[in-house]
Write a protein that binds this ligand. Structure first.
Ligand SMILES: CC(C)(COP(=O)(O)OP(=O)(O)OC[C@H]1O[C@@H](n2cnc3c(N)ncnc32)[C@H](O)[C@@H]1OP(=O)(O)O)[C@@H](O)C(=O)NCCC(=O)NCCS
Length: 163
């Protein structure tokens, strides 16, 4: 399999492909959630592409196929204006371990920097070990101010990268 990975904005007609990829990517965590919590989470993920216009949705393409995605909020609700909030990093299971998430996140961080932001923040479910390792690998540090519990038993941990 070729290794060339390109990162770009989502295309006009790609929201359904990206939503399906993202739900499939996170499905491994369904068993760790209550059915209600997973169904709410899956609905939220599947709504990617229908959010406010300041969501920046990036996709990673490999050999012509979309194999990964992330969302960057430049003006996320409740945030200080100096931060970008990156969420929903998702890579198709068959393409993991090839640097696709790293390429997406690096590109998104560069975009935040170019937008004049001084921080990138992320909130990651405590169950999602690979996501936490990915952030730490790229220099993020724990940011407890963003820790919260969106549903009973779901612990979300904040991470921050100073630009
Ligand atoms: C987390 C996820 C996005 C990683 O995607 P990926 O393309 O396989 O990651 P990469 O190949 O770019 O790996 C980048 C770094 O992340 C870390 N990492 C990735 N997968 C890992 C795993 N399974 N275990 C431990 N660390 C992992 C490593 O530090 C890796 O760097 P290294 O290979 O140089 O050591 C992918 O597993 C996924 O989609 N998971 C389900 C959704 C999710 O949990 N998203 C994160 C929370 S928003």
């Amino acid at each position: 399999m070729g290794q060339e990975i390109t990162v770009r904005h989502i295309g006009d007609d790609e929201a359904a492909i990206v939503a399906s990829l993202a739900v499939d990517a996170f499905a491994e965590y369904a068993a760790a959630m209550s059915p209600d919590a997973w169904s709410a989470f899956a609905r939220e993920i599947a709504s990617v592409g229908s959010g406010p216009s300041d969501d920046e949705i990036l996709v990673a393409q490999r050999n012509g196929d979309i194999v990964g995605t992330l969302v960057s909020y430049t003006h996320w609700e409740g945030a200080q204006t100096d931060a970008c909030n990156i969420r929903m990093i998702a890579v198709a299971p068959a393409h993991r371990g090839a640097g696709i998430a790293k390429a997406l996140l690096t590109d998104a961080i560069d975009r935040c920097r170019r937008a004049g932001k001084s921080r990138v923040v992320m909130a990651i479910n405590a169950e999602m070990g690979p996501g936490r390792s990915l952030c730490e690998r790229l220099g993020f540090e724990r940011y407890p101010a963003m820790d919260h519990m969106p549903a009973p038993g779901i612990h979300v941990q904040g991470y921050q990268l100073l630009l």
